[in-house]
Write a protein that binds this ligand. Structure first.
Ligand SMILES: [Zn+2]
Length: 426
């Protein structure tokens, strides 16, 4: 392993903020601020860059096994580290579904093979995501599953959801829910409202999200079991969670970069890369969610990276699949939205993509301190880059940012002591 010296970077020392410091990564993969070697190291000037603990994504659709034409381990791990992430939580809607210990084992082993980042699999709550029979949660936990969810296929039967939560809780599994009433959502393609009317497409009402959030709050309160609501999209949904928290309900939630950066009007041009589930809501919703980030009230951020093949997104709006490819661009897009436009200091929110989800999952936090194993990313806030099919490492090129310039980009990522980005000779 080579030694590296990074000079003049702004290093995050949470909760204090950024401080200008030089540091080195030694042969043993550990960070030092005190014993910077005077020779035998690659020296890099990173003035104008932030150094942050490497990022953690709570919600990634890795698509494998089974849908490697959309995404595979090689591409998803490259996209992750190019975006500053060294840990990903994989969603269980693979083919076959991650509802048993063999698939969990496969995902962990395959993920490790590339040595770039760690994949923490989520198993499903029910067999085949069918919402009928509970999955083998204990066996999945033994193989390394960290949480359970029927993401995208929210359990509609409240009694089954209660049983699933009780069962998952006995194994200490993190329970995540994609809050959506299938009957209310049925046949919808984007947020219900003026834009949907203008386009002549059926809308997805906000109540399809909020009614399940409300249900989950009541279940969580009744059973005294924690639940996490992923990708909250509406003001009303977030308000329900805030109020429940005040009452002591053990509920947490995350928001995605796209719900913070765009609103329903983005769909006016029928660009299928804005077709996302839950849908982009109104500007009022978006502004409210940004306000929660500003006030430090969000538990964490999550990408909901949902890669699709190009031909799938070339269908008309009503025929294309939901989802946006996100890992490559998440940090740069949020830097633009939250820090450049909304003037929320970087140090106020970047941890929501790092140690905040680690804490939720009761995992060890990563710190930039003397003798810590190097797990960090360098974010060059002045580096301008253009999002193109070529500059994205994910196999999924389905991002509405295609052709756009972004300011700010990850320039280095270290994982367990080794440089994993940029790629190539170490
Ligand atoms: Zn989802």
């Amino acid at each position: 392993m080579k030694r590296y010296i990074f000079r003049n970077g702004m290093v995050l020392d949470a909760p204090k903020g950024f401080a200008k410091k030089d540091f080195a990564v030694l042969d043993n993969g550990k960070i030092t601020f005190k014993n910077i070697p005077d020779r035998g190291a690659i020296e890099i000037d990173i003035s104008g860059s932030y150094v942050i603990p490497s990022l953690f994504d709570l919600h990634t659709h890795i698509r494998c096994p089974g849908q490697e034409y959309k995404e595979d381990f090689e591409h998803v791990t490259r996209a992750a580290v190019a975006g500053g992430f060294t840990e990903l939580c994989s969603m269980p809607n693979t083919k076959p579904v991650a509802d048993n210990e063999a698939i969990i084992d496969y995902i962990i082993l395959e993920g490790e093979r590339y040595g770039r980042c760690r994949i923490h699999p989520f198993g499903s709550l029910t067999v085949g995501l069918q919402g009928e029979k509970l999955a083998r949660m204990g066996l999945m936990k033994n193989k390394g599953a960290v949480g359970v969810t029927d993401d995208g296929m929210c359990i509609q039967d409240t009694s089954l959801m209660m049983k699933a939560m009780e069962y998952a809780h006995t194994f200490g599994l993190f329970i995540m829910d994609h809050a959506e009433d299938n009957y209310l959502k049925k046949g919808g393609f984007l947020n219900e409202g003026l834009v949907a009317d203008k386009l002549g497409l059926k809308g997805i009402p906000e109540i399809s999200e909020t009614i399940i959030i409300k249900r989950d709050i009541e279940i969580s309160r009744y059973l005294n079991i924690p639940v996490h609501i992923t990708h909250v999209s509406s003001k009303r949904g977030a308000e329900l969670i805030m109020n429940a928290k005040k009452e002591g309900v053990k509920i947490t939630f995350d928001i995605t970069p796209h719900h913070l950066s765009f609103n329903e009007e983005a769909c006016l041009g029928f660009n299928t890369n804005f077709k996302i589930n839950p849908p982009l809501r109104t500007e009022k919703d978006r502004k409210f969610l940004i306000g929660l980030v500003r006030e430090g009230k969000v538990d964490c951020l999550a990408t909901d990276h949902a890669p699709h093949a190009k031909f799938e997104k070339e269908y008309p709006f009503d025929g294309a699949p939901f989802g946006v490819s996100n890992l490559d661009t998440a940090l740069s897009l949020l830097y633009e939205t939250l820090t450049i436009k909304e003037k929320i200091p970087f140090e106020k929110w970047v941890g929501l993509f790092g140690n905040a989800p680690r804490k939720l999952l009761k995992m060890q936090e990563k710190a930039l301190k003397e003798n810590a194993v190097a797990n960090f990313a360098v974010f060059d806030k002045n580096l301008e880059w253009k999002v193109t099919e070529k500059t994205l490492y994910s196999k999924g090129k389905n991002t509405p940012l295609l052709g756009r310039k972004l300011k700010g980009k990850v320039s280095f990522t270290f994982y367990e002591g080794a440089r994993v980005y940029p790629f190539g000779e170490k």
